[in-house]
Design a binder for this molecule. Structure first.
Ligand code: AGP
Length: 634
């Protein structure tokens, strides 16, 4: 995982690197570091400063303030630990034994053990437990050989050394390298991990993602798989894997919202929960304008060919996105009548189902950067292209909150959920945005296929139009109610979340939200499954949150809740007020809406309850331990 940023130009690199890293902290915040080269010593030799700090970027910033990091050439890194604990010794950049070469990397070098053993046998001493550290040592070895071959020290020498090392690395990487002997040269490379070159004024940059470049570059050049580039103040040389020079025009960098403002909220997560009525409003304005034709009740950016002949849908996603996908699958199957399956992207990569014809594969990722989702989509496209029969050809859609992300560069059709920047690691408003995307798709598929009457479709679209206002009062009310309830449950050790049908994924989401930000163990189950084992967990100390929304399984969920109550569990109900729901010890009331749209409401108390429990426990809600906003390693 991790985020990297690099710059070569005419101004001080350190402030620019720090600013870039600030926008990459969503990729990890276990440690941060930078290396700069200052070319004061002589015309052609630099002085390397390397600073690394455990924990968040703020610690690195303090270190830079204290020590300084002069130079116009620099590389920076924010880490999510994979190999080696989140300690300073494992923080990037990593250097060779002479301390003259520094490398930052995102990804995993899978053959690092074998490479390390060979290097150690040759006398190299390692200072970290990381996979990355093999890279500077290998580059040093190649530079030494190039010198022996009689090559004069020059920028091309560093490029050649890196080009010789890359084929030795197995796995995924995006990396940036600098060398004190070439104080105006930066070499960058990528394979299966994103890296973009930014063209600034008098400087060239490179970063894992666009927000890190947005303040400095007007145009970008996304690097393609296997490419390596030499960046100097004079320009960019880009090469493919075979070593052939590549020429491509950069594209305009636009639409990147990188301004993170907490407004008056205590945490970003709380602000983002409160922004959900706005997310809903925006979606309704954009996608449900009046006067749309009956066969396309939702305005989506696709023509007829997109919907034509689809017999099956497969959705690939991780975490919260997978929960949204499960709601989506319910809608696509039960409302629009299309067989739909949801897969953990990480499982699909290695155990995909047999190929089915006329299948739409949807990659659902709010960040558009989740490595497993991107790789699963790529694998699926490849196996379909290789099939030969046009019925099996890839038909892919990406649903994301980041239309400028890696996902958008990978799949031909993109549906932007338009939820705006989400900073809190726990996804909230993007989840709501994803649900809306599935309402749009399901309504359009149902209308085209004639699986639902015009009246049914009209009634759902009308209900969706009233969601923003209903959400407005719901969020306000639950913010207060959940805060009160949080005091009672803040010391709980285990919580069970129950739901059924379209609200079963909301139970899963409620459990995930609680786990990730409050560190309380929680499980989500389909309510009818409790009696097959999990009911044994119940006692007065294990609260049960039961989502009971009127619809086909309403009475069933209430009976399942009764079964829990009979085992002395404390019952928290997420249900409309009324005589039916008197059985709950605590009620988190939600409006009585049609079951189809009920997840848009039932998820709000889940988010707020988790938030207030975590805030009450004094935890780092926006950047919980061990997590990252975007999981960019396998
Ligand atoms: C959400 O609260 C989680 N932090 C996490 O499960 C997340 O949903 C998952 O990593 C997928 O992210 P994506 O939507 O960016 O692909």
């Amino acid at each position: 995982m991790c985020g990297i940023v690099a710059v070569v130009g005419s101004r001080e690199a350190a402030p620019l690197l720090l600013e870039g890293l600030r926008h990459l902290e969503y990729r990890g915040y276990d440690s941060a570091g930078l290396a700069t080269v200052h070319s004061l010593v002589s015309e052609d030799q630099g002085q390397l400063t390397c600073l690394r700090a455990k924990g968040k970027l703020i610690n690195l910033a303090a270190m830079i303030d204290q020590n300084g990091a002069p130079g116009n050439l620099g590389i920076g890194h924010t880490r999510w630990a994979t190999h080696g604990k989140p300690e300073e010794c494992n923080a990037h950049p990593h250097r060779d034994s002479s301390g003259c070469i520094a490398v930052v990397q995102n990804g995993i070098i899978e053959n690092h053990r074998a490479l390390r053993e060979t290097l150690e046998a040759a006398g190299v001493e390692f200072l970290s437990e990381t996979d990355t550290e093999v890279i500077p040592h290998l580059i040093a070895k190649e530079l030494h050989l190039l010198k022996l071959e009689g090559l004069p020290v020059c920028e091309a020498m560093l490029l050649t050394a890196v080009q010789r090392v890359l084929p030795k690395l197995k796995g995924a990487y995006a990396l940036a390298v600098l060398w004190v002997e070439t104080p105006s040269a930066l070499v960058v490379a990528r394979r299966q991990a994103p890296l973009l070159i930014g063209l600034g004024e008098g400087e060239f940059l490179c970063a894992s993602d666009t927000p890190a470049l947005a303040s400095f570059a007007r145009t970008i050049l996304p690097m393609e798989d296997g490419e390596v580039a030499l960046l100097t103040p004079l320009g960019i040389e880009l090469y493919n894997q075979k070593g052939d020079r590549q020429k491509r025009s950069p594209s305009l960098l636009s639409g990147v919202n990188h301004v993170a403002d907490k407004r008056n909220f205590r945490h970003f997560m709380l602000k983002e929960i409160h922004e959900q009525p706005e997310t809903a409003e925006l979606w309704v304005t954009r996608h449900l304008p009046e006067g749309l034709p009956a066969d396309a009740p939702v305005a989506l950016p696709f023509d007829d060919s997109f919907y034509f002949g689809i017999e099956r849908i497969e959705i690939l996603a991780c975490g919260t996105s997978r929960h949204a996908a499960l709601v989506g699958a319910y809608l696509l199957e039960q409302f629009a009548g299309i067989p739909t399956a949801v897969f953990y992207a990480s499982e699909f990569r290695y155990a995909a189902p047999p190929l089915a014809p006329n299948t739409l594969t949807i990659g659902l990722t709010q960040s558009g950067e989740t490595a497993d989702t991107l790789a699963a989509l790529a694998m699926d496209a490849e196996r379909r292209e290789n099939h030969g029969d046009s019925a099996f050809a890839p038909r892919q859609l990406g649903v994301t909150n980041r239309p400028e992300s890696s996902l958008a560069r990978q799949v031909p059709n993109i549906l932007d959920i338009g939820a705006g920047l989400e900073v809190g690691v726990a996804a909230t408003k993007t989840f709501l945005g994803q649900l809306f995307a599935f309402y749009g798709l399901s309504l359009n598929f149902a209308a085209r296929r004639g699986t639902r009457s015009k009246e049914e479709i009209f009634s759902i679209t009308q209900e969706l139009r009233s969601v923003p206002n209903q959400l407005r009062s719901l969020v306000k009310m639950h913010d207060k109610l959940s805060e009160e309830l949080a005091h009672k449950f803040a010391d709980t050790k285990d919580v069970i979340f129950l739901g059924r049908g379209i609200n079963y994924p909301i139970a899963l989401e409620g459990a995930l939200k609680l786990k990730e930000i409050s560190y309380i163990h929680a499980e989500g189950y389909p309510a009818g499954e409790m009696k097959h084992g999990p009911i044994a967990l119940l006692d007065p100390k294990v609260p049960v949150v039961s989502i009971a929304m009127p619809g086909v399984v309403f009475e069933k969920v209430l009976s399942n809740a009764q079964e829990a109550k009979a085992r002395d569990a404390q019952l928290i109900g997420v249900a409309p007020e009324g005589p039916d729901t008197n059985l709950f010890d605590y009620l988190l009331p939600v409006p009585k809406v049609s079951e189809w749209i009920s997840p848009l409401f039932s998820v709000v108390p889940m988010q707020l309850l988790s938030y207030h429990i975590a805030a009450h426990r004094g935890l780092d809600v926006d950047q919980p331990r061990n997590l990252a906003k975007s999981v960019t390693v396998e």
